[in-house]
Write a protein that binds this ligand. Structure first.
Ligand SMILES: C[S@@+](CC[C@H](N)C(=O)[O-])C[C@H]1O[C@@H](n2cnc3c(N)ncnc32)[C@H](O)[C@@H]1O
Ligand SMILES: Nc1nc2[nH]cc(C(=O)O)c2c(=O)[nH]1
Ligand code: SF4
Ligand SMILES: [Mg+2]
Length: 242
């Protein structure tokens, strides 16, 4: 069977992060992750707390739900998770969306390869810095980046590293210098991904954003880099499904 575990489908909304920030898009969030980042803002996809929400779905069913939500008012779908790259069967959804002439974005951390990566229009690889408590396997990451380069997709791939600390920043720089031919994004870390106090959250995020900008601008080793907030958190805070 060609089903995949889906945690939530939502949109239309803006892509709040990375290379296509601001893009009107639908989201399909898959369940399950091979990581367990200390600060994961989508931990319900892997920590058991969202177990009851998981639906095993075929590409066609996912499409129906997307259309129910978005009508004919969308042309872009972002796949996120959890780690969608755990799912070989997502190839069916990717093929289905391509047939419908829908552009596809993908959010993944660079721990696993899938052949359907080459069919993604905007692919974001987001290796995890020390504060996540995860370890990057650079042999695997090297091979994924090489396969993506070989597939001649380099215009549509990017690396995005979330930064919480000086140590994370140093890690981000190491990643950037290792793959210096790939468009690179720094993203502000959200340290308080449970709070419902949006005023306080936004204030905190803005302070952090300024810190990250200041640091990067003074750094001559970071040249071709984009420094971004997680835009959706400035509008909707930690709300799910937006
Ligand atoms: C929830 S993850 C799902 C996709 C994939 N597992 C990954 O990590 O790339 C989507 C994006 O959110 C980022 N993210 C998760 N928690 C965050 C936080 N507390 N602050 C900022 N970004 C966060 C991740 O680094 C990743 O780039
Ligand atoms: N609006 C919005 N933009 C996003 N970009 C990446 C997201 C994710 O959780 O993967 C996300 C999300 O959950 N919402
Ligand atoms: S890799 Fe992504 S989904 Fe998995 S725990 Fe880390 S941030 Fe969360
Ligand atoms: Mg998110």
């Amino acid at each position: 069977m060609s089903k995949v575990p889906v945690m939530e489908i939502f949109g239309p909304t803006i892509q709040g992060e990375g290379m296509v920030i601001g893009q009107k898009t639908m989201f399909v969030r898959t369940a399950g992750c091979d990581y367990s980042c200390a600060w994961c803002d989508s931990a319900f996809t892997w920590d058991g707390s969202g177990k009851g929400l998981i639906k095993q779905m075929q590409a066609e069913e996912i499409w129906q739900e997307l259309v129910q939500l978005g009508g004919d008012g969308f042309s872009h779908v972002t796949l996120s998770g959890g780690n969608p790259a755990l799912l070989k069967n997502l190839s069916h959804l990717v093929d289905f969306l391509k047939e419908k002439e829908i552009k596809i974005g993908l959010e993944t951390q660079g721990s696993k390869w899938q052949d359907w990566f080459v069919d993604i229009d905007e692919l974001t690889i987001s290796p995890k810095p020390p504060s996540s408590k995860m370890n990057t396997d650079f042999d695997i990451l090297d091979s994924i980046m090489q396969r993506l380069r070989d597939a001649n997709q380099s215009n549509h791939i990017s690396i995005k590293v979330v930064v919480f600390s000086d140590e994370d920043y140093d890690y981000a720089k190491k990643v950037h210098l290792r793959y210096s031919d790939i468009p690179f994004f720094l993203q502000v870390g959200n340290e308080d991904n449970k709070t419902t106090d949006n005023t306080q959250l936004v204030e905190q995020l803005l302070t952090k954003y300024e810190w990250l900008i200041d640091k990067t601008m003074l750094d001559h080793e970071f040249k071709n880099v984009k420094v971004l907030p997680q835009l959706h958190t400035y509008i909707w805070g930690n709300k799910r499904g937006v």
